[in-house]
Design a protein around this ligand. Structure first.
Ligand SMILES: [Zn+2]
Length: 287
């Protein structure tokens, strides 16, 4: 879709038309679409993104629509929690894990200074409770050492996290210390909207989508009005901008059935604002 040659453009237009058609089938309004690439013809749909925004979307087939700089990697922040669900979600939800977040634990601070209070897996995921995830993943790591041994445990973890590590982790066969970087703080774990979407689309990640639906759907009445009766699920994550921690950008991952989208905001937005932007983008009138 990034190709600007004739064939690429034709394929892009075809893909955009398909996305709009299927979103209409989902019960939504006409989807307008435009990318930073030359605009599609007036007969085709346009999705207008603002500078600095990026979006990748699929409707459950293998086609991916990309808008803005959808292949640019940036720190993934709390989307890392979805990676942990892939590894441990089944076990954690079967055990009904709980954690009491007071906002600090030793040198570690949570995203909410006063703490999230008592959280289960669903609430920790909804509210981005880093301390809960850190406590749970450290317990999980101890268990893996016993169950699989060091090298096999690392290769199991690397299978899930590898695509998000680049070359930022020294090679080795030992489990790394599970610092806050492993729940998405800092820049160890990175992704792009396109890469994150393709990861979620892979059959191996089916369980992540199931957990997303189970833990995160049903809280977004404005979206159920907008895009049909069934519930979308959304996971938001606010990420400090590199070199300027007081500024942020934000991620939104969401889905309904087989439709999935991954959005990354322009600088200056938090998760809530990013979700509002996703809503605005989907509501754009026909052009
Ligand atoms: Zn917390």
């Amino acid at each position: 879709m990034a190709s600007r040659n004739g064939a690429g453009k034709a394929a892009r237009i075809q893909c955009l038309a398909r996305i709009a058609a299927i979103l209409l089938l989902l019960g939504g309004p006409t989807l307008a679409a435009q990318t930073t690439a030359p605009a599609a013809p007036t007969s085709g749909p346009k999705l207008v993104l603002q500078p600095g925004e990026a979006l990748a979307i699929t409707l459950g087939d293998d086609e991916v629509g990309e808008y803005g700089d959808a292949k640019v990697e940036v720190p993934m922040g709390g989307l890392a929690e979805l990676l942990w669900l892939r590894l441990e979600g089944a076990d954690w939800s079967a055990r009904h894990l709980q954690y009491r977040c007071t906002g600090v634990e030793g040198p570690l601070a949570c995203s909410v200074k006063t703490g999230h209070g008592r959280v289960d897996v669903g609430k920790a995921l909804q509210e981005g409770c880093d301390l809960a995830f850190l406590a749970w993943i450290r317990d999980a790591q101890k268990q893996w050492r016993q169950d699989f041994g060091e090298a096999a445990a690392w290769s199991r973890m690397e299978e899930v996290f590898g695509p998000f590590l680049g070359r930022r982790l020294p090679p080795g066969e030992r489990l790394p210390p599970l610092t806050p970087a492993w729940v998405g703080q800092g820049d160890l774990l990175q992704t792009s909207p396109e890469a994150m979407l393709r990861w979620l689309m892979a059959p191996d990640q089916g369980e992540v989508v199931v957990f997303g639906t189970r833990f995160l759907a049903g809280r977004w009445s404005e979206f159920s009005d907008l895009l049909g009766k069934a519930n979308w699920w959304f996971k938001t994550a606010t990420v400090p901008s590199p070199g300027e921690p007081s500024a942020t950008s934000a991620w939104v991952v969401g889905g309904r059935g087989n439709a999935l989208l991954v959005y990354h905001s322009a600088r200056g937005r938090d998760g809530k604002a990013a979700l509002a932007r996703v809503q605005e983008i989907m509501k754009q009138p026909p052009r």
